[in-house]
Design a protein around this ligand. Structure first.
Ligand code: ATP
Length: 302
């Protein structure tokens, strides 16, 4: 491991009840990087995150987290990591400040840490509000406050913005980027494409296996997909026919236009020409790429 690497693990493997849910995953995350973790439901993201933060022991695999040994130094790792679980919970009948004071007590932090964290996350004016009465966005902010109060060097976020409105999500991401600029490393799982695009690098996992890793641009370029957009008076009927045409992968309506994606430009153009329409070149979206990766992974496990 170099000093600039926050997570450096290889061969991570975990089975539950004889079923392998994480299979030989290698992951490297540089210090100060925001790494996205994407993949279909049940593909093993949460399990990987829990192995990385020292809550679950891998069946196989090794490596370091913040320079600490993944297998032998789990306790030390847990102390330096902030982990926001998918279903974070609080004492609903306690205020924001009381909830944070409770967490501070668990970590043995001084009272000042609560005041600083309230201030830092813009929670001071609401500090007496009961956690149970907060909106989704403020609850999530409280959860973030609770997991960064002990100033971890690595933040692991498991679908932190599920069910939160766009403005609160944007504020949350601004907060995350500010922390990363300050040197904190972040590994965040998400199903939202716009959030994937906010990450420095993304890692796509399917059926327990890491399928691809890189910047958004690298991942899109590496998929080798071609996308054309067509307009039609009856896009629904055209989409139906195109989906059955050879060489056509995905056909997605975008308003009155269709985005048609495949791996071979000549075949795509031929499919459109057979329908009497011409396509205009369009950018392949990250969503198109992930759907393609998921289909390829399905084929591999069948
Ligand atoms: N403690 C456990 N005991 C048994 N099975 C488990 C356990 N934890 C996870 N699993 C199973 O392992 C698989 C991977 O789950 P995991 O939660 O890691 O996936 P995920 O990628 O985070 O999914 P999602 O996107 O839905 O959150 C799932 O099939 C899940 O049911």
């Amino acid at each position: 491991m170099t000093a600039a690497t926050a997570i450096d693990v290889t061969g991570l493997t975990k089975s539950f009840g004889g079923r392998r849910v994480v299979d030989n995953v290698a992951l490297r995350v540089a210090k100060g990087e925001i790494a996205g973790f994407l993949g279909p439901n049940g593909s093993g993201k949460t399990t990987c995150i829990r192995m990385i933060c020292g809550l679950l022991t891998p069946d196989a695999g090794s490596g370091t987290v913040l320079g600490l040994d993944l297998r032998r130094q789990q306790r030390a790792i847990r102390r330096q990591v902030g982990y926001m679980t998918q279903k974070f919970s609080f004492y609903e009948d306690l205020s924001i400040e009381e909830n944070l004071a409770f967490v501070a007590g668990l970590y043995g932090l001084p009272r000042q840490a609560v005041r600083d964290t309230l201030e830092d996350l813009g929670l001071t004016s609401r500090r007496t509000q009961l956690a149970g009465s907060l909106s989704g966005g403020w609850k999530q902010r409280l959860a973030l406050a609770a997991c960064i109060m002990h100033q971890p060097r690595l933040l692991l976020l498991d679908e932190p913005t599920a069910g939160v409105d766009p403005k609160a999500r944007r504020q949350f991401w601004d907060e995350i980027h500010a922390r990363a600029l300050g040197g904190m490393t972040v590994l965040v799982s998400t199903h939202y494409m716009d959030e994937a695009e906010r990450c420095h690098r993304i890692n796509y996992i399917a059926y327990g296996r890491l399928v691809v890793s890189g910047s958004v641009a690298e991942v899109i370029a590496g998929a080798g997909l071609v996308t054309l957009t067509v307009r039609s008076a009856r896009p629904g009927a055209l989409a139906e026919r195109l989906r059955r045409a050879p060489g056509v992968g995905q056909v997605e309506p975008f308003g009155t236009a269709l985005h048609v994606t495949g791996t071979d430009r000549a075949q795509l153009e031929a499919a459109l020409a057979a329908e009497g329409v011409t396509g205009q070149p369009a950018e392949t979206s990250l969503e198109d790429v992930f759907i393609r990766l998921m289909e390829l992974s399905e084929d591999n496990v069948r």
